[in-house]
Structure formats: structure tokens, C-alpha cells
Write a protein that binds this ligand. Structure first.
Ligand code: URA
Ligand code: SF4
Length: 226
């Protein structure tokens, strides 16, 4: 079967073990053209986890998420919202860069549903180890991964949502630890909050307004932790 499930070691306890295993993932075709898997990074005891779309050109080369302009803007917004940029964890819905070659340039392509679904087991495995209080979904791709195709970020951004049923896909749970009572240690009781992607802020006609909107949404996450 396609998908990342079979690359996740069932006994992996730490994010480092997952990261190592993800380097060899062939769960969809995106590994072929990208330089490397870009796994999540950050504070492993973070109470807030941010989920972006996929690594960009720079992230693909460095092997780390959110190292480019979008990441810089995101960290500034996190700080302005009263969250500590040193106490967050950053990851992506899809862990390989999808692009189209135009001459020598690599042009970003939005991942398809098949890539989002294939890669979701890594995300679920990260959540299970991080056990955050709030998962912040950045933009439509991450929203599709966790809230389903009908969710509209523009309509429901900035609202703290209970962990949705649409984020529970039993087939994603290979390698998710069970506790001593045999219960699956997956994400709930995390809450979820969707907002605009920092790249969309960078592209917005009215940059200041888009930025303020992002900060306002993140302030809701900050208050949920207080
Ligand atoms: N945009 C994303 O969604 N993720 C990154 O890691 C970088 C840019
Ligand atoms: Fe595996 Fe995700 Fe990369 Fe596809 S995008 S090969 S599922 S890590």
C-alpha cells in the first residue's frame, strides 16, 4: 500500500528515531525529485505545534523546516502574539518539496491530496510524541490534512476547535505508542486552530493587515495556554 505507514518503526519512542526513519521514506513519489526529507524541528516539550504545507526550496536544501522568509515572518508573529519562539515545534503536512522545473528554477507546486494522505502518518506520529496543547494549522494544505477537504481557513480561522474527528484516521496510527493501560497515546486533548499561511502574508496586497490577522489568530492560541 502507498503511504508512509510502513516506514514508521512501530517501536520508535523519540522524535529522533522518527526523523531517522523518515529520511528513507518512499511513501509517495515526492522523495524522487526532492533533495531530502524535511522532518519537524523545535522544542520537544512544546505546547504549541505549527503545521505548514511542505518544505520550500531553501528548506529542501537545508533539510530543516521554515528556514526561509516564511519561517522568519512566522517566528516574528509568534513573538508578537506573546508566544515564545524558542518553545514551539515546527513541521509540515508533507515532508518532501514538490516542485516543477522551469529551466533551472524549481517552482513550488501545491501537494495533492494523495501526497497529503500518504504523509499524514508522520504528522500523527509527531503529535503522539509531542502531545501539544494546541496545534496551529497554517493554510489550506495543513487544514486539508487535519480538518478535511470541506474546511475553509478563511471562514474558520482564529477559532479554537476541539480535536476533530476528521483528524482521526485509524490507518495512520501504526507506530503510535500505547500507554500502560493499552490506550493509544494520540493527540487529544489537543485543540486546533487554523490561520493563514505566513507565505500568504508575504504575498498579500495589504501586507500589514494580513500580518496583523496572523498575529490576532496566534494570540488566541497564546491565551489558550495561559
Ligand atoms: N512553507 C511551509 O509551509 N513550510 C516550510 O517549511 C517553509 C515554507
Ligand atoms: Fe514519504 Fe511524505 Fe516524502 Fe511522500 S512526502 S515520500 S510520504 S516523507
Amino acid at each position: 500500500a502507498p503511504g508512509a505507514q510502513r516506514f514508521i518503526p512501530p517501536g520508535a519512542e523519540s522524535l529522533d528515531e522518527l526523523r531517522t526513519a523518515a529520511a528513507d521514506c518512499h511513501g509517495c513519489e515526492l522523495y524522487r525529485d526532492a533533495s531530502q526529507t524535511v522532518f519537524g524541528r523545535g522544542d520537544e516539550s512544546a505546547r504549541v505545534v505549527f503545521v505548514g504545507e511542505q518544505p520550500g526550496d531553501m528548506e529542501d536544501q537545508k533539510g530543516l523546516p521554515f528556514v526561509g522568509p516564511a519561517g522568519r515572518l512566522l517566528r516574528r508573529a509568534v513573538d508578537d502574539a506573546g508566544l515564545d519562539p524558542a518553545s514551539i515545534y515546527l513541521t509540515n503536512a508533507v515532508k518532501h518539496f514538490r516542485f516543477e522545473l522551469r529551466g533551472k528554477r524549481r517552482i513550488h507546486q501545491t501537494p495533492d491530496r494523495v501526497h497529503i494522505t500518504a504523509c499524514r502518518p508522520w504528522l500523527v506520529a509527531e503529535f503522539a510524541r509531542l502531545r501539544p496543547a494546541v496545534v496551529v494549522v497554517l493554510g489550506a494544505t495543513a487544514a486539508k490534512a487535519l480538518l478535511g477537504p470541506a474546511f475553509r481557513v478563511t471562514r474558520q480561522r482564529g477559532e479554537l476547535l476541539p480535536w476533530p474527528d476528521s483528524a482521526q484516521h485509524p490507518e495512520d496510527f501504526r507506530g503510535v505508542p500505547v500507554d500502560s493501560a493499552g490506550k493509544r497515546a494520540d493527540t487529544p486533548p489537543a485543540q486546533l486552530l487554523a490561520t493563514i499561511h505566513p507565505s500568504a502574508v508575504l504575498r498579500a496586497d495589504d501586507h500589514d493587515k494580513a500580518y496583523e490577522g496572523l498575529v490576532t489568530d496566534l494570540t488566541v492560541a497564546a491565551r489558550a495556554l495561559a
